[in-house]
Each structure stands twice: as C-alpha cells, then as structure tokens.
Design a protein around this ligand. Structure first.
Ligand code: MLT
Length: 304
C-alpha cells in the first residue's frame, strides 16, 4: 500500500482517483510515500524520510523547499495551467475593479440604503464620483508569459486592449505560438514605460523577488495600475505604498494583503482568491494525484 499524506483540503475529484486497494490517503498518516499540498508552508515542516514525492496542487511552489527536497532525492511536482483560467478571470476582473471604482460605488450605495425616496436622486448626484476609464484602447503589459499570462493576453486583446509581453525565462516567440493574441514583445523597462495596466504572472524566486520597486516605478506612466495575483514578494511593498501615496500610481490590486497594504486606500486587496474556484481546485487536484500515481507506480516524471 502507498501512503499519501494530505496537508490541505484537496478536491475529492482528485483524491477519488487513488485506488483504495493500493493507496491509503489521510492528513495524519505516518511514514507517507508522498505528500499532497496546496498552500501549507512546508519550509518549517519536518518531511519524513519515507517521502519520495511532493505534489503541489497549484502553479507556484514557493511553499515547498524545492532545493532541500532535490538534495534528498524527493521529486517535487506542481500543476501549471490547472488553475490558469481561474486566475485569468480574476486578472480581468481586477483590471475592471481598479478602473471603474466598482468597490467604492458598491460601498457608497450601502450608505444610502436607508434614504428611501431619495435614493434615485442621490444616485444621479453621486455617480460622478465613481467615474473611471474603460479598458478598450489602453495598453496592458503582461509580465510572465506562461499559461496564465498568455490567457490574460488573449482576453485583453478581445477587450480591445493593446498587449505588450515580457518574460525573463521563455522566449516571447514561444509564448506567442501559444497565444492567438496580437502582442508585441518588449524589455521590462519598455513594457513598464508604455503600459496603462501591468499584470504579473511570474513565480517568486531569488531573481524575481522585488521585481517591481521604486526604481521600476519611475519608468511607469503616471496613473498606471498594477495587478498582482502571482506572489506578493514580486512587488516591493514599501515602495508601492509610497508610489501610491505620492499619486504616481493609480492603483495596486493584490491577492496578497498585508497590514500595511490594507491601510493604503489605493490598494485593492483580495484574500488569495486567484485559484479559488471549484473548477481550478478539481483540475489541480486531478493533475497532482495523477503525477503522484505515475511517479510512485512507474517512476514517471511529467513535471518536476
Ligand atoms: C497557485 O500558486 O497556483 C495558487 O497560489 C494556488 C492556490 O491558491 O492554492
């Protein structure tokens, strides 16, 4: 029997793929052969010597100590693409949220809810406060051209945006082959200088930590908006708060709130909802479970 330890709630659509005559699956199981994890941080968790593989049901794997696992011969898997559509939909939503003052408008409507007959009048008088620009005709800079970045680029083109792309790891040509979007490639600095919206779709690594900081903000258009559904550490938090307070940038939408960001009125904070759809959870769980079974049963490594 193979033993699988689950470190988070994993979709039953995935877990049910384990044949019960061959696999025991539980959160507290001793001496597991493999670990299935979503967002639990494994850096501070003792990984038993019996573990041969760790699968992360998600795209980012910075919650897994990959180098330490590799030196112990533990295979590490992630599920790129499994939640790409969910993140893409939130990225498009984030651009709209940051432009059209939707949250401010909704909150304001609640404040007039008890004004009964005056509501139509108040709406007519109040609505000008919440005006905001359309996406059509604006330029979107997509930093990171993996599964998610390419999907965002495609949909942004469908919304009438011009799209510029940059990726520090893969050639832009390779990304364009995956994309039906009409997208121009640029350096990071060139992309920042031309974009009205910048959306980040990169993993957090030593080379990407603090990718956007005060120095980079200086390249950017005044009133640009930054969307970060990838990892909080890609953006220098103190620097972006300063840039927002100095009215250099118009908005920062982040899926990674902190006390400092929550205190800044121009930050729109989302509680790490990028991949939180039942569809994405099912996809990632199925991919992660399949990877573990392939590896334990035949040594196959499809992504490590
Ligand atoms: C990811 O890296 O794909 C997400 O962080 C997944 C999640 O929300 O668990």
């Amino acid at each position: 029997m193979f033993k699988i330890r689950t470190m988070n709630k994993i979709s039953p659509i995935g877990l049910d793929l384990f044949p019960r005559d061959k696999y025991e699956v539980a959160s507290e199981i001793p001496n597991p052969d493999a670990i299935l994890v979503r967002s639990a941080d494994l850096h501070s968790v003792e990984i038993p010597d019996t573990v041969l593989a760790i699968a992360r049901a998600g795209a980012g794997y910075n919650n897994v100590p990959v180098d330490a696992c590799s030196s112990r011969g533990i295979a590490v898997f992630n599920t790129p693409g499994g939640n790409a559509n969910a993140v893409k939909e939130l990225a498009i939503t984030a651009m709209l949220l940051s432009s059209r003052n939707i949250i401010g408008g909704i909150n304001w409507c609640r404040t007039i809810a008890d004004k009964a007959d005056e509501v139509p009048d108040l709406v007519e008088k109040g609505k000008s406060k919440f005006e905001g620009p359309e996406l059509k005709g604006k330029t979107l800079g997509v930093v990171g051209l993996g599964a998610i970045g390419v999907m965002v680029a495609n949909d942004a083109v469908a919304l009438g945006m011009q799209v510029i792309g940059h990726d520090p790891y893969i050639s832009v040509e390779a990304a364009w082959n995956l994309s039906r979007a009409v997208v121009r490639a640029d350096t990071l600095e060139g992309l920042l200088a031309k974009s009205d919206y910048i959306t980040l779709h990169l993993p957090l690594a030593d080379t990407t930590k603090g990718l956007l900081d005060a120095e980079k903000f200086r390249f950017m258009k005044k009133d640009a908006r930054i969307i970060n559904l990838a990892r909080g550490g890609l953006v220098n938090e103190g620097d972006i708060i300063d840039a927002l307070n100095a009215e250099w940038l118009a908005a920062y939408v982040t899926d990674f709130p902190s006390a400092e960001l929550l205190a800044c009125p121009k930050v729109i904070s989302i509680p790490h909802l990028g991949a939180s759809t039942p569809e994405a959870e099912d996809n990632c769980a199925v991919m992660a479970v399949q990877q573990i079974m392939d590896f334990l049963e035949s040594g196959a490594i499809k992504n490590a």
